[in-house]
Ligand binder design. Structure first.
Ligand code: NAI
Length: 336
């Protein structure tokens, strides 16, 4: 009698498993759900061993409570705010992410957005498309060299963005209470110990934090008011890090000159004030993507779930702090 292979679910985003199959076919059976709703996991909940989650679905405590044999949930991406990591930890389930597939792409995207709003790309483009050829749309654009950019959060992507901003001749400041001491010296930037210290110095601000209770609305009316008038804001982190209401008010008052957002509080975007605002540039949470990066993300996600299924130590555990009775092999760094 053939032995049944462990079941691995791919919950959302994918309609095929071309990248995952070669990694997993020898050790697991893959089922693609292609759903946005966690109740669609229910029929498989009692037997699934591993779950690959992309970004259209929330994995709540309700469904986690039913995952009686599951060893781990791998979020194929960096941010894992769509998985209840605490509920998973209490159930003995690993939550892992794929932290390093798209660092360069998101940093490139942040620079692109900043350049586009500083250099007035969209008004010029729109004018030409509608028959014009007016250079005056660029009037008011600041010289970048010598200006100051402030990074809120300076981990992988913030650091990669810092290197790119430095190449443009900008002075780079960052606020990140958890960054390793000396990061400022390694990269050649300046560390600030509060937003109150950093923001008044910054014509440009770029957000690079995860979404946590502390970073929700870290950009709000009060923090925007600390900036010099006519500042530029870029958010490629998570939508709720920035209050959309506060951005609209700051644009109306002139406190912000322009805002460029790859992520918004509710996705897909449902805020017509942002969608239609002439001083808002939007991209549809696409900063993560490149052909190579997307393949890397999927391959690394599949490799992590393979380690779970085969009882090998995982590499990118994110809920080690709230684990009880893990059903999987801890990473080497947790074993000392
Ligand atoms: P990371 O973990 O390397 O860096 C995040 C940094 O934020 C850390 O250094 C951390 O200390 C800092 N931080 C945490 N709480 C903070 C606070 N209260 N104030 C200031 N800094 C704080 O993560 P990475 O790879 O740089 O990614 C950052 C975020 O970018 C992810 O969490 C994700 O939400 C977002 N992202 C967005 C993508 C997109 O397509 N738009 C794609 C990939 C990531």
């Amino acid at each position: 009698m053939a032995i049944e292979k462990p079941l691995v679910l791919i919950t959302d985003y994918l309609e095929e498993a071309d990248i995952e199959n070669p990694v997993l076919e020898s050790c697991a059976e893959i089922k693609i759900l292609n759903t946005h709703i966690d109740t669609d996991i229910d029929p498989f909940a009692s037997k699934v061993k591993g779950i690959l989650v992309f970004h259209d679905i929330k994995i709540s405590a309700r469904i986690i409570a039913k995952l009686d044999q599951c060893k781990g949930i791998v979020r194929c991406g960096v941010g894992y705010d769509n998985v209840d990591i605490k509920a998973a930890g209490e159930k003995g389930i690993a939550v892992c992410n794929v932290p390093d597939y798209g660092t360069e792409e998101v940093a490139d995207h942040a620079i692109m957005l900043m350049l586009a709003i500083a250099r007035r790309l969209i008004p010029c483009y729109d004018d030409i498309r509608s028959g014009g050829w007016q250079p005056n749309h660029v009037f008011g654009a600041p010289r970048l060299r010598g200006k100051t950019v402030g990074l809120i959060g300076c981990g992988r992507i913030g650091t990669a963005a810092a290197l790119r901003f430095k190449a443009l001749g900008l002075r780079v400041l960052f606020y990140d209470p958890f960054a390793t001491p000396g990061l400022d010296k390694a990269i050649g930037m300046e560390r600030c110990h509060s937003l109150e210290e950093m923001l008044p110095q910054c014509l440009f601000v770029s957000v690079h934090t995860p979404l946590t209770p502390k970073t929700k609305h870290i950009v709000n009316d009060a923090t925007l008011a600390l900036l010099p008038k006519g500042a530029y804001l870029v958010n490629t982190a998570r939508g709720p890090c920035v209050s959309g209401d506060a951005v609209v008010r700051a644009l109306e008052s002139g406190q912000l000159a322009f805002a460029a957002l790859d992520v918004v509080e509710k996705e897909p975007l449902d805020d017509e004030r942002l969608r239609k605002h002439p001083k808002v540039l939007l991209t549809p949470h696409s900063a993560f993507y490149s052909v190579e990066g997307f393949i890397e993300m999927r391959r690394k996600g599949a490799e992590e779930v393979r380690r779970l299924v085969l009882d090998q130590p995982v590499v990118n555990l994110v809920n080690g702090h709230c684990l009880t009775n893990p059903r999987f092999k801890l990473p080497l760094s947790n074993l000392s």
